[in-house]
Ligand binder design. Structure first.
Ligand code: ADP
Length: 184
């Protein structure tokens, strides 16, 4: 059973790799960013609450994303494994997730850290051109990543759940290294 958390700065290629691997393994790819963008587009109560944070490159409040993830992991298709992309993003969210997984009897998760240097990340994000990809917002997202999310790498390393993958190579090379890492 594969339960994987993808960690990495915005622009690391997490989404692309996570999606391809999930398809290959026939398990759901759960991207909190994607769920939030869909909610925003549909103007659901969640989307309306999340919008101003996302537009500024800030994190959406824990309580909102946590509820969203809890609901998603309860779905039938999540009972046979999953890849989480974009969650957890804070130590607080990680602690929440650990308890949730115990409660749902879904523990045994591993964490992939996609490592990419800052300058590469900025260049990739500027080229991507999503609505929240303006230079100021990108800078803020990277700051938030450094202060809020990067500490999770050490957190998971200490729990011996961490697999490091070099994200600064071609898509195919990253995929190959990733497949080797999760097979070991
Ligand atoms: P990126 O890959 O560029 O980091 P995502 O698609 O993962 O972007 O997320 C886009 C935005 O959605 C984030 O900037 C943030 O506002 C919000 N978001 C996504 N996941 C979370 C989370 N776990 N906690 C708080 N906010 C989140």
């Amino acid at each position: 059973m594969t339960r994987l958390i993808f960690l990495g700065p915005p622009g690391a290629g997490k989404g692309t790799q996570a999606k391809a691997l999930a398809e290959h393994l026939n398990i759901p790819h759960i991207s909190t960013g994607e769920i939030l963008r869909q909610a925003l587009q549909d103007q659901t109560p969640l989307g309306i609450k999340a919008q101003s944070y996302m537009d500024r490159g800030e994190l959406v409040p824990d309580i909102l994303v946590q509820e969203m993830v809890q609901e998603r992991l309860n779905q039938p298709d999540a009972q046979h494994g999953w890849i989480l992309d974009g969650f957890p993003r804070t130590v607080n969210q990680a602690v929440f997730l650990e308890k949730l997984l115990v409660k749902l009897d879904q523990s045994g998760e591993m964490v992939v850290s996609l490592e990419v240097p800052d300058d590469v990340v900025v260049a990739r994000l500027l080229a991507r051109g999503r609505k929240d990809d303006s230079e100021d917002v990108i800078r803020r997202r990277l700051e938030v990543y450094r202060f809020e999310t990067a500490p999770l790498i050490n957190h998971y390393h200490e729990q011996q759940k961490l697999l490091k993958v070099n994200g600064n190579q071609s898509l195919e090379e990253v995929t190959t290294e990733l497949e080797l890492a999760i097979a070991s």
